[in-house]
Design a binder for this molecule. Structure first.
Ligand SMILES: [Zn+2]
Ligand SMILES: [Zn+2]
Length: 376
């Protein structure tokens, strides 16, 4: 325990672009009003973490990343009534004040509320120097302090490393289909990029009854994974135009989802759209990437471009729905967790995610050693 009512936690600290991660003891402040402290059980590696580590997006260093997590609530700040101590929760980066114009309209992902955690990180090193809370979560750490809106309880029978995916990747992919694009039955869907988010778009499209669902990825292993998760066709990027024409009888796609950050994935994506079709931008490329769009074609064809941050999700509604689909055997989350690692091996987990050979790799926490230390 530290003097300010906070606790000491082991965390994976990133100190600069391209630098190895160091496991350090940090101070985590006590939860303030409307905040909760959560002991993390599992946190998946998301490609957004890698974008910061590799310098594609800027962020303040030193920082603790990790934002796709599950854990158990261990302390409540004042005014928290949506969870109780001991609850198992999914932890997400989506923070919603509940009170601003966006929140009142149900647009939690666009919240502009003036929350205390937007101004100060709860983390500092043992010299008192601040450490940034990456993506407002910092879950590559034994414990986090987050806003009450960032946690939602879930059914206890779901394994922690599986439920973690509901915090970002699966929420983002399925939400892009159901919330952002509102894919309908028999809609023709193209999914560009078959990582964790892309496979979640494939699964969401299958749940929505879309047909065909055409998955596009340069890696054969990812094409095969897409077929396992419900794609009707899969191809490398060069084959997409012919395959789409064949699968739709010459009609094009009602929805094209770009789920990767690779700049090349955006080029030509709009040309795959049928009249009335929508291009759904889910992957976020590095800062400064631009794409040419022909506005005349867009106008004359009644097409739409939709940005989809975090699947336009509302945590308290979307997570329970996804858990129900998982428990009913309709949403395959187990198959998406390809490997797990302890916190000490986090750079191995980063390397696996970077290589594209895993769907999701998850950092798992074993709290028993800490508890024994504390009691013994
Ligand atoms: Zn993410
Ligand atoms: Zn708000």
């Amino acid at each position: 325990m530290s003097g300010n009512g906070g606790v000491t936690v082991r965390a994976a600290v990133s100190r600069g672009v391209g630098m190895a991660t160091s496991i350090e003891e940090l101070l985590l402040a006590a939860p303030g009003t409307d905040e909760v402290r959560v002991a993390i059980d599992a946190c998946a590696v998301c490609h957004s973490d890698l974008m910061f580590l590799d310098g594609g997006w800027s962020i303040d260093f030193p920082v603790v990343l990790g934002h796709e997590a599950t854990g158990r609530v261990v302390e409540l700040g004042e005014g928290v009534d949506n969870v109780a101590v001991g609850d198992r929760v999914v932890v997400s980066l989506i923070r919603a004040c509940g009170d601003c114009r966006a929140c009142r309209r149900g647009h939690d992902v666009a919240c502009t509320g003036d929350l205390a955690l937007r101004h100060r990180s709860p983390l500092s090193d043992l010299n008192g120097e601040p450490v940034a809370q990456g993506l407002g979560t910092a879950a590559f750490a034994e414990q986090v302090v987050v806003h009450r809106s960032q946690v939602v309880t879930f059914e206890h029978s779901v394994p922690a490393e599986v439920a973690a995916l509901l915090g970002c990747g699966v929420l983002t992919g399925v939400g892009a289909v159901t919330n952002t694009a509102q894919v309908g039955s028999e809609d023709a869907v193209v999914v560009i990029g078959c990582g964790g988010v892309g496979l979640s778009v494939v699964q969401g499209s299958r749940l929505a009854g879309a047909d065909p669902i055409i998955a596009v990825d340069p890696l054969v292993a990812k094409q095969e994974a897409a077929l396992r998760f419900g794609a009707t066709h899969a191809t490398e990027p060069d084959g997409i135009a012919d395959l789409l024409a064949e699968a739709t009888g010459g009609r094009l796609a009602d929805h094209v989802f770009v789920t990767t950050a690779a700049p090349g994935a955006f080029t030509g994506a709009a040309s795959l759209l049928d009249r009335m079709g929508s291009l759904v931008l889910v992957g976020i490329p590095a800062e400064g990437v631009t794409v040419d769009i022909d506005p005349g074609v867009l106008a004359i064809s009644n097409q739409k471009i939709l940005g989809s941050k975090m699947g336009t999700a509302r945590l308290a509604e979307d997570v329970p729905r996804l858990v129900d689909q998982y428990l009913a055997g309709r949403l395959d989350l187990d198959g998406m967790v390809t490997s797990t690692h302890p916190l000490n091996d986090i750079d191995t987990a980063f390397a696996e995610a970077r290589s594209g050979e895993v769907i999701r790799t998850v950092v798992v926490f074993d709290h028993t050693d800490r508890l024994e230390e504390a009691t013994g």
